[in-house]
Design a protein around this ligand. Structure first.
Ligand code: RB5
Length: 148
Protein backbone atom coordinates (compact mmCIF):
# COMPACT_ATOMS: atom_id res chain seq x y z
CA UNK A 1 0.00 0.00 0.00
CA UNK A 2 1.44 3.40 -0.96
CA UNK A 3 2.29 5.87 1.74
CA UNK A 4 -0.49 8.38 2.36
CA UNK A 5 1.34 11.58 3.12
CA UNK A 6 -0.20 14.28 5.27
CA UNK A 7 -0.52 17.44 3.17
CA UNK A 8 -2.82 19.54 5.32
CA UNK A 9 -3.83 19.72 8.97
CA UNK A 10 -7.18 20.72 10.45
CA UNK A 11 -6.98 21.49 14.15
CA UNK A 12 -9.51 22.29 16.89
CA UNK A 13 -9.91 22.21 20.64
CA UNK A 14 -12.29 23.03 23.42
CA UNK A 15 -11.71 25.74 26.05
CA UNK A 16 -9.35 23.47 28.02
CA UNK A 17 -7.20 22.81 24.98
CA UNK A 18 -7.28 26.28 23.45
CA UNK A 19 -3.84 27.51 24.52
CA UNK A 20 -2.05 24.29 23.61
CA UNK A 21 -3.97 24.09 20.31
CA UNK A 22 -2.78 27.58 19.37
CA UNK A 23 0.79 26.59 20.18
CA UNK A 24 0.59 23.31 18.26
CA UNK A 25 -0.88 25.07 15.20
CA UNK A 26 2.09 27.45 15.12
CA UNK A 27 4.49 24.56 15.65
CA UNK A 28 3.06 22.67 12.68
CA UNK A 29 3.09 25.78 10.47
CA UNK A 30 6.75 26.30 11.39
CA UNK A 31 7.37 22.81 9.99
CA UNK A 32 5.97 24.02 6.66
CA UNK A 33 2.62 22.26 6.77
CA UNK A 34 -0.60 24.24 6.19
CA UNK A 35 -2.90 24.33 9.23
CA UNK A 36 -6.57 25.28 9.27
CA UNK A 37 -7.91 26.20 12.71
CA UNK A 38 -11.55 25.16 13.05
CA UNK A 39 -11.98 26.80 16.44
CA UNK A 40 -12.71 27.86 19.03
CA UNK A 41 -11.24 31.36 18.89
CA UNK A 42 -10.99 31.89 22.66
CA UNK A 43 -11.23 30.09 26.00
CA UNK A 44 -14.97 30.53 26.48
CA UNK A 45 -16.45 27.28 27.78
CA UNK A 46 -17.61 25.05 24.93
CA UNK A 47 -18.29 21.40 24.12
CA UNK A 48 -15.38 19.31 22.85
CA UNK A 49 -17.71 17.08 20.84
CA UNK A 50 -18.79 19.95 18.56
CA UNK A 51 -15.19 20.58 17.56
CA UNK A 52 -14.26 16.92 17.29
CA UNK A 53 -17.07 16.44 14.76
CA UNK A 54 -15.92 19.45 12.72
CA UNK A 55 -12.43 18.04 12.38
CA UNK A 56 -13.57 14.45 11.84
CA UNK A 57 -15.92 15.46 9.01
CA UNK A 58 -13.07 17.21 7.23
CA UNK A 59 -10.66 14.32 7.72
CA UNK A 60 -13.22 11.78 6.51
CA UNK A 61 -13.86 13.88 3.40
CA UNK A 62 -10.34 14.74 2.34
CA UNK A 63 -7.43 12.55 1.36
CA UNK A 64 -4.20 14.02 2.64
CA UNK A 65 -5.99 15.86 5.44
CA UNK A 66 -5.15 14.85 8.99
CA UNK A 67 -6.54 16.28 12.21
CA UNK A 68 -5.28 17.40 15.59
CA UNK A 69 -7.72 17.70 18.51
CA UNK A 70 -6.90 19.09 21.94
CA UNK A 71 -9.12 19.01 25.02
CA UNK A 72 -8.34 18.60 28.72
CA UNK A 73 -7.55 14.91 28.54
CA UNK A 74 -7.95 14.20 24.83
CA UNK A 75 -10.42 11.46 25.78
CA UNK A 76 -13.68 13.14 24.78
CA UNK A 77 -12.16 14.32 21.51
CA UNK A 78 -10.98 10.83 20.60
CA UNK A 79 -14.33 9.24 21.50
CA UNK A 80 -16.27 11.69 19.33
CA UNK A 81 -13.86 11.65 16.38
CA UNK A 82 -13.78 7.86 16.28
CA UNK A 83 -17.54 7.71 15.70
CA UNK A 84 -16.90 8.88 12.12
CA UNK A 85 -16.39 6.26 9.44
CA UNK A 86 -12.88 6.41 8.05
CA UNK A 87 -11.52 8.36 11.00
CA UNK A 88 -8.87 6.73 13.14
CA UNK A 89 -8.15 9.02 16.07
CA UNK A 90 -5.25 8.19 18.38
CA UNK A 91 -4.96 9.67 21.86
CA UNK A 92 -1.23 9.96 22.55
CA UNK A 93 0.80 11.26 25.47
CA UNK A 94 4.26 10.27 24.27
CA UNK A 95 6.06 10.16 20.91
CA UNK A 96 6.40 6.38 20.52
CA UNK A 97 2.65 5.81 20.43
CA UNK A 98 2.17 8.82 18.16
CA UNK A 99 4.63 7.43 15.61
CA UNK A 100 3.22 3.91 15.84
CA UNK A 101 -0.32 5.21 15.42
CA UNK A 102 0.76 6.32 11.94
CA UNK A 103 3.06 3.41 11.04
CA UNK A 104 0.81 0.55 12.15
CA UNK A 105 -2.68 2.03 12.54
CA UNK A 106 -2.76 4.66 9.78
CA UNK A 107 -4.14 7.15 12.30
CA UNK A 108 -5.46 10.28 10.68
CA UNK A 109 -6.33 12.26 13.80
CA UNK A 110 -4.05 12.94 16.76
CA UNK A 111 -5.70 13.73 20.09
CA UNK A 112 -3.77 15.39 22.89
CA UNK A 113 -4.67 16.19 26.50
CA UNK A 114 -3.66 19.71 27.47
CA UNK A 115 -4.06 18.87 31.17
CA UNK A 116 -1.97 15.73 30.72
CA UNK A 117 1.18 16.79 28.89
CA UNK A 118 3.19 20.00 28.67
CA UNK A 119 4.14 22.03 25.65
CA UNK A 120 7.52 20.40 24.96
CA UNK A 121 6.11 16.88 25.13
CA UNK A 122 3.16 17.89 22.98
CA UNK A 123 5.55 19.18 20.33
CA UNK A 124 7.44 15.89 20.39
CA UNK A 125 4.18 13.95 20.09
CA UNK A 126 3.07 16.07 17.13
CA UNK A 127 6.46 15.69 15.43
CA UNK A 128 6.37 11.90 15.80
CA UNK A 129 2.83 11.78 14.41
CA UNK A 130 3.74 13.91 11.39
CA UNK A 131 6.95 12.00 10.70
CA UNK A 132 5.39 8.55 10.96
CA UNK A 133 4.27 6.98 7.68
CA UNK A 134 1.85 4.07 7.30
CA UNK A 135 3.74 0.86 6.56
CA UNK A 136 0.87 -0.93 4.81
CA UNK A 137 1.29 -4.69 4.28
CA UNK A 138 -0.11 -6.77 7.15
CA UNK A 139 -1.12 -3.53 8.88
CA UNK A 140 -3.40 -2.60 5.99
CA UNK A 141 -5.29 -5.86 6.48
CA UNK A 142 -5.71 -5.14 10.19
CA UNK A 143 -6.72 -1.53 9.69
CA UNK A 144 -9.31 -2.62 7.12
CA UNK A 145 -10.90 -4.78 9.85
CA UNK A 146 -11.32 -1.86 12.27
CA UNK A 147 -14.58 -0.72 10.69
CA UNK A 148 -17.25 -3.13 11.98
C1 RB5 B 1 -13.47 20.03 30.04
O1 RB5 B 1 -13.58 20.33 31.40
C2 RB5 B 1 -13.03 18.58 29.86
O2 RB5 B 1 -14.03 17.71 30.27
C3 RB5 B 1 -12.66 18.32 28.41
O3 RB5 B 1 -11.69 19.23 28.02
C4 RB5 B 1 -12.09 16.95 28.10
O4 RB5 B 1 -11.08 16.61 28.97
C5 RB5 B 1 -13.05 15.87 27.86
O5 RB5 B 1 -12.71 14.75 27.50
Amino acid sequence: MPERAIAHIVIASDHAGFTLKTHIAEHIRARGLPVEDLGPSDETSCDYSDFAHRVAERVAAGAGTAGVLVCGTGIGMSMAANRHEGVRAALCSEPYSARMSREHNDANVLCVGARVIGVALAEAVVDAFLEGAFEGGRHARRVAKIEP
